[in-house]
Design a protein around this ligand. Structure first.
Ligand code: ADP
Ligand code: MG
Length: 318
């Protein structure tokens, strides 16, 4: 009997270690599988990289020049997203880009930070071929606020400070003010500490866009080129006005490209181009383009009618 009890004791003592062993083995296997997936991603060679003929340049003033650029997406059914783009944006000035959906506005905006590969001799910044500018320089000098910004499931403050080495309360607050996030902050349960949820689901469309704008503003004066790709489309007209007034400070001394579906968004730009099916069909200032009575004028009238139709202060679409 004593032997039996001793045996039972041993069995009993073994159950826990056996259980733990199984757990550890499963954990190691899961880790190995994850590691394999991470390795796969890390081993992908980026197709856009610095070339051997890269010019050592650290700071860009932000003069942008397009010389007869044609661009087509790989494997797209439409031959060209952009056709014969000829355009010079002097450093420190602003360019407005308007046009119907699918006219190539976002494509034009994405080419400047070299998100897509283009041929040599077509786009220059400060007179240097875009393809010869070190990517590190390009990515610190050109800030893009995309149409749909990616917000991470962390606090609003951390999201705004995403481009900074660490979250600095002072820069975050200033950026939020510039992006007119003030009233939103009051409405959010924990202000800056509100966790915005997966992809920012806690925020409205307009709030997401203002947060994305704040992220670019938090970079301070570092980027000499700021590109807003339809950044304020989900913001109501009155808030947009307020943001634009604030942005005036941010805009001085840098090159700003404002892509917009609303004509009113670009009315103060030094220069405006109208895109249609990948081509620049009109260019000039707001007043000149209105007087010309072309596509710009038509877009402007259409949008004014829509705004009247929406008469009562419209809520922000989400
Ligand atoms: P906009 O911003 O003016 O609405 P886009 O620059 O996004 O226009 O698109 C211009 C054209 O390029 C459209 O015909 C669109 O379908 C096409 N396009 C945009 N992005 C891609 C892509 N990643 N791959 C293939 N075609 C694209
Ligand atoms: Mg677009």
């Amino acid at each position: 009997l004593a032997v039996f009890f001793t045996f039972a004791m041993y069995i009993y003592q073994l159950t826990f270690p056996t259980f733990i062993m199984g757990w550890v083995v499963a954990l190691v296997q899961r880790g190995a599988a994850s590691m394999q997936r991470i390795d796969e991603i890390l081993s992908i060679e980026p197709s856009i990289a610095d070339r051997p003929d890269t010019v050592a340049v650290k700071n860009l003033r932000g003069e942008i020049e397009f010389r007869g650029l044609d661009f087509a997406y790989e494997g797209a059914e439409r031959a060209h997203a952009l056709r014969n783009i000829e355009l010079t944006v002097p450093a420190g000035t602003s360019l407005g880009v308007v046009g119907p959906v699918g006219s190539g506005k976002s494509t034009l905006a994405s080419i400047i930070p070299r998100l897509y590969e283009i041929e040599d001799g077509r786009v220059f910044i400060d007179g240097i071929d875009l393809n010869q500018i070190p990517l590190a320089t390009l990515r610190t000098s050109v800030a893009v606020v995309p149409q749909e910004s990616f917000l991470f499931s962390m606090s609003l403050a951390d999201n705004i400070a995403y481009g900074l080495p660490f979250t600095e309360a002072h820069s975050v607050e200033e950026a939020a003010r510039g992006a007119q996030l003030g009233t939103d902050l009051a409405e959010l349960p924990d202000g800056f500490d509100t966790v915005v949820g997966e992809r920012g689901v806690m925020l409205s469309g307009g709030q997401r866009q203002r947060a994305a704008l704040a992220r670019a503003l938090a970079l301070g004066s570092r980027p000499s080129v700021l590109i807003l790709d339809d950044t304020l489309s989900a913001v109501d007209a009155r808030t947009e006005d307020a943001i634009q007034r604030e942005l005036f400070d941010v805009f001085t001394d840098r090159t700003v490209i404002v892509v917009a579906s609303r004509v009113n968004t670009v009315q103060h730009c030094d220069q405006i181009v109208v895109l249609d099916a990948g081509r620049i069909v009109e260019r000039g200032t707001h007043a000149v383009l209105l007087a010309r009575g072309g596509l710009y004028r038509r877009l402007s009238e259409e949008q004014q009618r829509e705004e009247h139709a929406a008469s009562e202060p419209a809520g922000e679409p989400t």
